[in-house]
Design a protein. Structure first.
Length: 401
């Protein structure tokens, strides 16, 4: 046989999160819990199909009359509805047409497209991400060749924020440095910025000419749709120009449909048109045009008053169940591990919690009790339910003894 071109290619290290899920699936133990995967699960441990989306699907299937390509920037109705959702219907950004909006292949696709844009037009820039951040942030960004640095964020001693250190670091950055910010439900810690800190960051970004890149993957999972968009609208109201990646995987429970968006807020309509043209050129080199189905459904829900009201109630239900399990988790831990304070978990928001459990404990939970979480101590609170929470807490107590 001829020599293979691929004989010297080494096996890549598994993705930390996907690797945990694969190990969970391959575990033959009947009693096992997966707290590593980042998806919402209902009280029965199922990933729900929202009623609003099911009705939108029926409507779309009955009206779809072509399978031709979408435009490069995607479904126009989806893009318009997405802009109103994140910026607000009366936003000056929308009225003045200052946002270049494009449908993307999920939130990850929005991050990829955004960093490619920054890399192309600000080639000397680096990007700062929180310490810690979602692991795929660094992976996506480094793949472009951009230098990725970190700014202080989480304090393991207090299970809170290093606000002063973070602000000091941001003040010291060079102009045109990009800064990745989590709009809400910080992944992986669940520890969010307060309104005062957001205002200070906006001021620093304006004064230091930094490039904010906001990741909004969980709108509606912290306090609600409007409250969770407040940091984004603050930046817009202060006249900042910035990039925003958002995802509908979680809020619509549509993980496999890969529905996301990238918005670039500019200084004028003329700038927005120029930016959009460049984003289209970048898309053309990657996937040419986005998929239709998921974005069509989201667009239908967001523009139909009855379906939108139903979706908001379903989103509220998901958020409330997560909060219920967060409180129950702490309550049960207080009973099983009374010598240790886990109350900080209640102050966290969103699907995830930085539990404070060290790597050796997380490994022991997997090996001895088949409870799967990340080595960092991050767990998905949305994966807890009344059937497994006692087992998880007792397992933690047994390992900590």
């Amino acid at each position: 046989m001829a020599t293979s071109f691929f004989s010297n290619i080494a096996t890549a290290a598994p993705d930390a999160i996907l690797g945990i899920t694969e190990a969970f699936r391959n575990d033959p133990e009947a009693l096992k819990v997966n707290l590593g995967v980042g998806v919402y699960q209902d009280a029965e441990g199922r990933i729900p199909m929202l009623r609003s989306i099911q009705e939108a699907a029926r409507q779309w299937i009955s009206t779809e009359d072509t399978k031709t390509y979408l435009p490069i920037d995607g479904v126009a109705a989806f893009n318009a509805a997405n802009q109103e959702l994140i910026f607000g219907k009366d936003s000056s950004v929308i009225k003045e047409k200052r946002s270049a909006a494009i449908q993307t292949v999920g939130g990850s696709g929005a991050l990829k497209l955004g960093i490619d844009f920054i890399r192309k037009f600000f080639p000397e820039s680096s990007i700062y991400v929180s310490d810690p951040s979602w692991e795929n942030h660094r992976v996506i960004f480094e793949a472009t060749g951009i230098k990725v640095e970190t700014y202080p964020y989480y304090d393991p001693k207090t299970s809170g924020l290093r606000s002063a250190d973070m602000l000091e670091t941001l003040r010291g950055l060079k102009p045109n440095t990009a800064v990745l910010l989590h709009a809400c439900c910080h992944n992986p810690t669940g520890v969010d910025l307060d309104a005062k800190t957001w205002a200070e960051i906006a001021t620093i970004c304006a004064e230091k000419n930094l490039i904010p890149f906001i990741d909004c993957a969980y709108q509606g999972f912290a306090e609600g749709l409007e409250a969770d968009a407040a940091p984004i609208r603050l930046f817009a109201e202060k006249g900042l120009t910035f990039l925003l990646a958002n995802s509908f995987a979680k809020s619509f429970s549509m993980y496999r449909e890969r529905v996301g968006g990238l918005s670039v807020v500019t200084g004028s309509q003329k700038e927005a048109l120029a930016v959009l043209s460049q984003l289209k050129r970048l898309v053309r080199t990657i996937y040419s045009s986005p998929p239709s189905y998921g974005a069509q459904l989201v667009g239908i829900v967001l523009t139909n008053p009855e379906l939108r009201a139903l979706w908001v109630s379903e989103l509220d239900e998901m958020r409330n169940r997560i909060n219920e399990m967060r409180h129950l988790f702490v309550e049960r831990l207080e009973e099983t591990v009374p010598a240790r304070d886990f109350s900080f978990i209640i102050r966290q928001r969103g699907m995830f919690s930085y539990s404070g459990l060290p790597t050796d404990v997380m490994k022991a939970l997997r090996e001895r009790y088949h409870v799967y979480g990340l080595d960092s101590g991050r767990i998905c609170v949305a994966a807890l339910n009344h059937k497994n929470v006692d087992y998880v807490c007792q397992s933690i107590a047994n390992v900590l003894r």
